[in-house]
Ligand binder design. Structure first.
Ligand SMILES: NC(=O)c1ccc[n+]([C@@H]2O[C@H](COP(=O)([O-])OP(=O)(O)OC[C@H]3O[C@@H](n4cnc5c(N)ncnc54)[C@H](OP(=O)(O)O)[C@@H]3O)[C@@H](O)[C@H]2O)c1
Length: 266
């Protein structure tokens, strides 16, 4: 009998870790049938091993993989081929972005952003869907996009563009995978309290410092809302509610105004 599993990328910290802990402690709030295993994917083996030790309700399997590399994706592909599990849930939360002007950053910063946020997310869907079996519980994919994907964003250009890709790809996949009974949900959060801002500013800021500090969301609340939206089969969620206005504004405000507004963001 195959194992019924969930796969969560980016589960060593932030939003991915919040998903992992919520699912590990799930007593039927989200999934009536608990997962036999949760594959926790990230690069930091120590953080994943610590989570696997501290979580006892479900077996957490650390999968150490650099999703910017072909070998990282192959690690997951090989594991799926070897174990042939039934994948009930894939959460693509791993992501990165480096703030600053493109011309001030290394070419690698660009390619890593695209590799992790776009290529890895797409390839993981491609290699995982063949293992999603619609038996009782509808298999689901949750992709963590961003409200940054609503707008072109000078000083965060590749990140914002990569998240536009995630939104567009997720929407198209929700249509393509519907006949297989698989739901695809893109989550578009505004600022969330995680390690993201520290990494994006290369250690200069540990948290959001400008006006956005008033809108910073809690990762656990975001993860809970995302799982509920996925179970309802929603295609896209802006979180929190304030981000819906940004989405609406991005559709009706002229692009030159959007560029001046988003160019002024740090
Ligand atoms: N925080 C926010 O304000 C915010 C807002 C909107 C959207 N998001 C999105 O939310 C998602 C999660 O970010 P977060 O806020 O939770 O930030 P975070 O705490 O920095 O978490 C990022 C996660 O991605 C993993 N990751 C990064 N590079 C990787 C690589 N090359 N290979 C494998 N895993 C990698 C990290 O693990 P390792 O370092 O261990 O590899 C970590 O677990 C991202 O997609 C981000 O774009 C965040």
């Amino acid at each position: 009998m195959y194992q019924k599993i969930a796969i969560i990328t980016g589960s060593s910290s932030g939003i991915g870790k919040a998903f992992l802990e919520l699912l590990a402690n799930d007593k039927g709030e989200f999934y009536k049938t608990p997962f036999d295993e949760i594959w926790a994917v990230a690069r930091r083996a120590d953080a994943l091993n610590e989570l696997a030790r501290s979580i006892t309700n479900v077996k957490v399997v650390p999968v150490v993989a650099d999703l910017a590399s072909d070998s990282g994706i192959k690690t997951i592909e090989d594991k799926l081929k070897a174990e042939e599990p039934s994948v009930g849930l894939l959460i693509n939360s791993a992501g990165m972005g480096i703030k600053g002007k493109v011309m001030d950053k290394s070419p690698d910063a660009l390619s890593d952003t695209i590799a992790i946020n776009c290529s890895a997310l797409s390839r993981l869907i491609r290699i995982t869907v063949p293992y999603m079996k619609n038996e009782g519980v509808r298999p689901a994919i949750i992709n963590i996009a961003s409200s940054a994907g609503f707008l072109p964003q000078p000083n965060f250009a590749a990140y914002a563009a990569s998240k536009s890709y995630v939104i567009s790809f997720s929407r198209a996949m929700s249509y393509e995978l519907k006949p297989l009974g698989i739901s695809v949900t893109a989550i578009c959060p505004g600022p969330v309290r995680t390690d993201f801002q520290r990494r994006a500013t290369e250690g200069k800021e540990t948290d959001f410092t400008d006006w956005r500090k008033n809108f910073v969301a809690d990762p656990v609340k975001l993860a809970r809302a995302s799982l509920k939206a996925s179970l309802k089969g929603k295609r896209m969620v802006s979180y929190p509610f304030s981000q819906k206005f940004l989405h609406l504004a991005s559709k009706i405000i002229p692009i030159s105004w959007i560029l001046s507004f988003s160019g002024g963001l740090k």
